[in-house]
Design a protein around this ligand. Structure first.
Ligand SMILES: C[S@@+](CC[C@H](N)C(=O)[O-])C[C@H]1O[C@@H](n2cnc3c(N)ncnc32)[C@H](O)[C@@H]1O
Length: 259
């Protein structure tokens, strides 16, 4: 069987984020619950301007738009933004989707809310992660707030090796590994058996090196947000309603930082 290697944008976006995600049963319903949580905890009123940072294929952005919010959303992956634009079109909603890198944000006091959902924070070294928070802070209006939906570092999911049947083949997912001394959750190579084209698809070096996420504790993230200028910081233990306090065994660590 032929073997090909694909980069981050192709492998992650097309195979993992689109085909794999859409194979998860109930995912659309779950996205709706997450959006309801954000609207309620942030007490958002229709028409508010919201920035979805690292929006992926736009699953949440489109749902926010359907509920009457003005959405600007970007992701580094061109392929995912293409999917997101198609989705907005088919759902007949307006979303300002575009491709960009979160390290280059240059908004000034434009949004009531910025969100980073499904653990879209911590991809870089510590200084760069702080720089991203500053970009998000600057994007917010004076009374605005940032919501980070993160994995709970004290209760990480039990990552397992899985084989999943997807459209056009099978995806092998190796479990993530926590590099404890570095505080980094390291993604492992995944492989797609492409039964349509009779080939094995692997991740190239670029895809592999983009696979790490720095895990921060609540204390660390509070410190970083305070340093950035945020005044009040709250934590919740899950990203759906009801609101649960954050604890060591919480499913998620949801951080809300007020400007
Ligand atoms: C875990 S996914 C979450 C996607 C989306 N927020 C969701 O909840 O479905 C992380 C996203 O971050 C994007 N990403 C990675 N590095 C990025 C960067 N430097 N700038 C913008 N987006 C980035 C990836 O392409 C991916 O779509």
């Amino acid at each position: 069987m032929e073997q090909v290697e694909l980069g981050w944008d192709e492998f992650w976006a097309e195979i993992f984020r689109v085909r794999h995600r859409s194979a998860i049963q109930g995912i659309e319903q779950y996205d709706k619950l997450i959006v309801s949580f954000v609207i309620e905890v942030l007490n958002l009123k229709k028409g508010a301007e919201l920035l979805d940072i690292a929006c992926g294929a736009g699953d949440h952005s489109v749902e926010f738009a359907k509920r009457g919010f003005k959405i600007t959303a970007f992701d580094i992956s061109h392929s995912l933004i293409d999917v997101a634009k198609e989705r907005a079109k088919s759902e007949k909603v307006e979303v300002n989707f575009y491709t960009s890198d979160m390290r280059d944000m240059s908004f000034k006091s434009q949004f009531k809310v910025a969100v980073m959902l499904s653990h879209s924070f911590g991809f870089f070294d510590h200084e760069m992660n702080k720089h991203v928070l500053k970009g998000a802070y600057d994007a917010l209006k004076d009374s605005g707030c940032l919501l980070l939906d993160l994995m709970n570092p004290y209760n990480l999911p039990r990552f397992q090796k899985t084989w999943t049947q997807l459209e056009g083949g099978f995806l092998l997912n190796e479990p993530h590994v926590l590099d404890a001394p570095a505080g980094v959750l390291r993604g492992r190579p995944a492989m797609f058996i492409d039964t349509e084209d009779d080939r094995i698809v692997l991740m190239d070096q670029d895809a592999l090196s983009n696979n790490d996420i720095r895990m921060y504790t609540a204390l660390e993230i509070r410190e970083m947000l305070k340093e950035t200028g945020f005044k009040k910081i709250e934590f919740y233990g899950q990203h759906i309603l009801p609101r649960l306090p954050y604890a060591a065994n919480s499913e998620r660590m949801v951080v809300i930082a007020h400007r």
